[in-house]
Every structure is written in structure tokens, then in C-alpha cells.
Design a protein around this ligand. Structure first.
Ligand code: SF4
Ligand code: SF4
Length: 561
């Protein structure tokens, strides 16, 4: 692909410069674990069969759930959007195959607490007919970054490393925030999980195309692929693809294979020596990090028009007859996937989604694969023996020694147990990446991560309740203000109407003058009638003149012959 910078776009200010270390640094803490990836890497990626019925959850990501756009009986095409996002931090959902919607309702979903949630159930018609998604961009590296972000959002892409944060948000640095370094996270550090390694070996060009698209969208100055040194095949495939394409400005840097090297903050530290601030984001130090699978998904969407309707899933563990990596449609029941891997072995004892360190136990295999399902692990008791009963903390401090986030896990445990949710935040609970290293080494076998997850969930719930109470209080205050304003307006209208009914001052004065004049006339007439003849002292000159005139006429009448 041509790497062009659109001439009509304003380039952001010079970003904060990040320098890559010549020798990767060792992040604090961590653990050396047996990788156990070979069993799932014996074969290339297999394409899983499309099941007859798929259960597609409305929420498969961090953020707000989506809203269904289809109803029972609707026909859908593969790749058609079937649920839309209602908020910025969310990702739409697409039909994994063509068929008919047979239900929209609550079904069990993969969740740490074993919850049910809204799902769209699709009965496949077996034809797998593709919709025209409109996601493809003809010349993607000439496109406006805003257009790229919109298409990434429309494609429903979320972080495929396990967290599930909407990718459209991560490719939007926001005004005034600049990216100097784009890190592609290929350090797949958790035991058993090999889906990223399988993807790199099978489809390195998708990874590289996706890197160029994301780099263009965020205007990153430099790009590095961080990968563990115990993934030689993947390293070779990447280097080969980069040299074939003459991509000299994308470097591949290996980091020591120590768990959790694939943690975002740990990989950034290993490559740059920089620490992401507590409760901050990599972007705060001019860095953005994307999983290698997410990168390939971006290329599939914008160059081939394919929304996120499938992903590579590692199916592994001694409890599986034929482990491997499979490309699986979202919504496929785990039981069907396991069946395609030869089924369970005799001694299977435990089913986990994710890896043995960060994954969570599943109560059943009648649950669907979702966008964040990187691994299905079925183990035997010999392989992962059940932990002995937990006993009291002996304050040995081993948990703090291995914590890669430099926290005090023992203190976090005490405050979570005491439900002291203010205090636990003083100990930076939200910097905990739930890597499980502390639980792994704890001689008292305390399920420490479960305590941290519980505390985080409680704090989020309290925060949500507080926000709802704030909204209710604001609504009440607005209502009171509105009622008071309406009352004042009513009073003002009444006063105005009253005033309009009163006679005007000019009219009143004229009336008064008229009455006064009338009274004056009456008074004058009365005075004229009571005046003794000849006495005109109290009369006005006009009255005296009239009387004199009348006397003169009477006199002259008398004198006439
Ligand atoms: S490792 Fe376990 S026993 Fe030791 S201090 Fe930590 S929580 Fe307590
Ligand atoms: S789970 Fe959390 S507290 Fe425990 S070691 Fe990992 S980051 Fe530290």
C-alpha cells in the first residue's frame, strides 16, 4: 500500500518525543510461567463451521450495550448491522451469517458473575450471503482520519487482546493530544493463548496493512511491534512481510518472555522505559497501543469491507482432544467449537474463557463466543489442580514482590474484605491490571484478584448510583426553578391585566375638571338667584355685566311710550 499523508489535513502540533530503548527494560515484578503454546500451534488456523443457531450478545465490549435493530422473523445478511451504538464508548454488532432472527431476549453470556444478558438469536440459512457493508475505502491512506475513525466504529471493532475497548475511541487522540509512538502489541504472554501468534504467521500482511491505517489515523511519527522473544516463528513472519514490502520504518523489537509482558503498561515500560501515570492512559505520554489482532481487523474492515463478525480463538488444554486455533463466527456456542476440536478428553475438569491467569471459569459450554474471547481452555485436574482452601494472610509480602503495577496487594485485599472502598482507592486499586501474579504466589492461596474485581464492581455500582442520584437531584431543582418562574410570570400577567382595566390618569383628570366646571356653573346660578337686586358685590364681572345689561333693557322698556 502507498503510504501518503493527505495534503488537505492540518497536521497536529509536534508531539512529545518518545525514545525507544536500545535494550528493552525489565518491568517490575511478574512471573516466569510455562508457555504451553505448542499444543495449539501444531496446525495452521482452521475455519470453524458456521453453527445452525448463533447467540449474538448486545454487549461484547467495554462501554454501553447496543440496541437491537432487528426483530423476530427478520431476515439478515452476513455483515449486516443488527444492533447500534447509543453512546461514544460502544461498538455496533453485526450478523455473523445470513439467516432469520429467531429471538431477541436474555440468554446466558460469558461473564465473571455468570450473568444473562440481551442477545440476538440468528438461525442460519446455510447460504452465508454477504451484505454490502459500505465499510471499504478505495484509497484508505488518502482518506480523512475522521472518515477512518467512523468506518472503524461502523465495523464494530474492539480491542481483541481481551479488554474489548472500542477501537474507534483509541484511534481518536482528541484535540490537542498527539501521538508520537504507535505500539503494536504482539507480546502474547499468558500461557496457552496463541491466537495472535497464529494470526501473525498466517496473515502478516493484514497486520501490516492495519498498522498503516492506524498510523495514518493517529498521525504517529514512529511505529514499533513489540513481541516476546519466545515467539520465533511469528518474529520471522513479520520480518519477512516487512522486508517484502520495503517497510523500513516499522521496527520489530523483542522483549523478554516474562508474564505479563503483554500488559499495555508493562510493554510500554519495556520498550521505552516510560511509566504511564497512575490512572492515566498511554496517550498522556504520547503513546497509543493496539493489539495485533485488532490491527488486522481494521485492515479487513477498511480494505475488504468485513465488519468484526469472527475472530481467531485458541482452543487448548489437556481437556481438549484436538487443540488448535480456529477462526470462529461471533455467537458460536462454545460446545460446537469444542466438538469441532474433537470434543473433551476423559479427565476434563474445568472450562475457562481466557488464559489460566486472567481468565474466568465458565459454568457451562452453552455460552457464545464473543469479540473478546481469545481462548477457551479446558483443563484436567492434573494440569491445573484445584487450589487448597484459603487461609489467613500471613503478611509475607510475596504478593508485593511480584506485582508489576508496584501496588500493595495485601493492603488491597484487607480493604476489599472490609468493604472500605474509599481506602482501597487510596491504594490505587484501579491501577491493578488483574494479572493474577499476586494470587499465583500467595502461600495462603487467597483468591486476591476476585477480591479486587469485587471491589471494582462495587465502586462502579456506587458511582453509577451517585450519578443517578445527582441526575435526580438536578431534575428536582430544575422543576422547582421552573415552577417558581411560572408562578412569577403568572403574577406579572395578572398585574398587567389589572392595570389595563384601570382608567387612564389623563381621562380621570379631564372628568374631574368637567365635574368641577359643572359644579361651578350650578354654584354660579344659585348665587345669581340668591343675590338681592342691586347688590352685585359678590358677582363676577361677567355676571355683573349681564345684570347691568338686563337692568338697562328693563329700564328702556319702561321708558318707552
Ligand atoms: S502473599 Fe498472600 S499471605 Fe503473603 S502477604 Fe500477600 S496476601 Fe498475605
Ligand atoms: S493482580 Fe493486581 S495487585 Fe495482583 S499482582 Fe497483578 S496488578 Fe498487582
Amino acid at each position: 500500500m502507498a503510504k501518503t499523508e493527505p495534503a488537505d489535513l492540518p497536521l497536529p502540533d509536534a508531539p512529545q518525543r518518545v525514545t525507544l530503548l536500545k535494550t528493552p527494560a525489565q518491568f517490575p515484578g511478574g512471573a516466569d510461567l510455562d508457555a504451553r503454546k505448542a499444543q495449539s500451534l501444531q496446525e495452521p488456523i482452521r475455519i470453524a463451521r458456521v453453527p445452525k443457531r448463533l447467540y449474538v450478545p448486545l454487549s461484547q465490549h467495554i462501554g454501553e450495550p447496543t440496541q437491537a435493530l432487528v426483530s423476530v422473523g427478520d431476515k439478515v445478511l452476513k455483515g449486516q448491522q443488527i444492533a447500534r451504538s447509543l453512546s461514544y464508548i460502544s461498538a455496533p454488532v453485526h450478523a455473523p451469517t445470513s439467516g432469520t432472527v429467531s429471538d431477541v431476549g436474555s440468554y446466558p453470556v460469558p461473564h465473571t458473575a455468570g450473568l444473562s444478558a440481551g442477545c440476538i438469536v440468528i438461525d442460519s440459512d446455510g447460504e452465508d450471503r454477504m451484505a454490502d457493508t459500505g465499510l471499504r475505502l478505495a484509497s484508505v491512506l488518502d482518506a480523512d482520519p475522521a472518515e477512518i475513525r467512523q468506518r472503524v466504529r461502523d465495523a464494530g471493532i474492539v480491542g481483541l487482546g481481551g479488554a474489548g475497548f472500542p477501537t474507534s475511541v483509541k484511534v481518536n487522540p482528541g484535540p490537542g493530544r498527539n501521538i508520537d509512538l504507535l505500539i503494536i502489541n504482539a507480546a502474547e504472554c499468558e500461557p496457552y493463548i496463541s491466537c495472535d501468534e497464529a494470526l501473525i504467521c498466517a496473515r502478516p500482511q493484514d497486520v501490516i496493512d492495519g498498522i498503516h491505517i492506524i498510523r495514518h489515523a493517529v498521525h504517529a511519527r514512529q511505529v514499533v511491534i513489540g513481541i516476546e522473544d519466545n515467539m520465533p516463528n511469528a518474529i520471522r513472519c513479520l520480518q519477512q512481510a516487512l522486508s517484502d514490502g520495503d517497510e523500513h520504518d516499522i521496527s520489530v523489537i523483542t522483549v523478554p518472555g516474562r508474564y505479563p509482558a503483554g500488559g499495555e503498561k508493562q510493554l510500554i515500560y519495556a520498550l521505552t522505559g516510560l511509566e504511564v501515570p497512575s490512572q492515566g492512559l498511554p496517550i498522556d505520554i504520547g503513546i497509543v497501543c493496539h493489539n495485533v489482532g485488532t490491527t488486522a481487523a481494521v485492515a479487513r474492515a477498511l480494505m475488504h469491507g468485513e465488519p468484526l463478525i469472527s475472530r481467531i480463538v485458541t482452543v487448548s488444554g489437556a481437556g481438549i482432544k484436538r487443540p488448535g486455533n480456529l477462526e470462529v463466527r461471533i455467537g458460536t456456542p462454545i460446545a460446537e467449537l469444542i466438538e469441532q476440536c474433537g470434543g473433551y478428553t476423559e479427565g476434563v475438569a474445568r472450562l475457562v474463557m481466557g488464559g489460566p491467569m486472567m481468565g474466568f471459569s465458565l459454568p457451562s459450554d452453552q455460552l457464545p463466543i464473543i469479540k473478546t474471547s481469545n481462548c477457551i481452555l479446558a483443563t484436567t485436574w492434573e494440569e491445573t489442580p484445584p487450589p487448597p482452601p484459603a487461609v489467613e494472610c500471613i503478611r509475607c509480602g510475596k504478593c508485593a514482590e511480584v506485582c508489576p503495577a508496584i501496588l500493595l496487594p495485601q493492603q488491597l485485599y484487607w480493604h476489599a474484605r472490609a468493604r472500605d472502598f474509599d481506602k482501597i482507592q487510596d491504594y490505587d486499586l484501579f491501577d491493578c491490571i488483574e494479572c493474577g501474579c499476586c494470587s499465583y504466589v500467595c502461600p495462603s492461596h487467597l483468591p486476591l484478584v476476585q477480591y479486587y474485581r469485587f471491589a471494582k464492581t462495587e465502586i462502579w455500582n456506587l458511582e453509577r448510583e451517585r450519578q443517578q442520584a445527582d441526575i435526580a437531584r438536578q431534575r428536582h431543582e430544575f422543576r422547582q426553578q421552573r415552577l417558581e418562574r411560572e408562578k412569577q410570570e403568572l403574577e406579572a400577567r395578572r398585574a398587567k391585566a389589572k392595570k389595563a382595566l384601570r382608567p387612564k390618569q389623563g381621562d380621570a383628570d379631564a372628568k374631574k375638571a368637567e365635574i368641577t366646571a359643572a359644579l361651578e356653573r350650578v354654584k354660579a346660578k344659585k348665587a345669581a338667584r340668591t343675590q338681592p337686586p342691586g347688590n352685585t358685590d359678590n358677582l363676577t364681572p361677567e355676571q355683573q355685566a349681564k345684570i347691568a345689561e338686563a337692568d338697562r333693557r328693563r329700564q328702556s322698556q319702561r321708558n318707552e311710550p
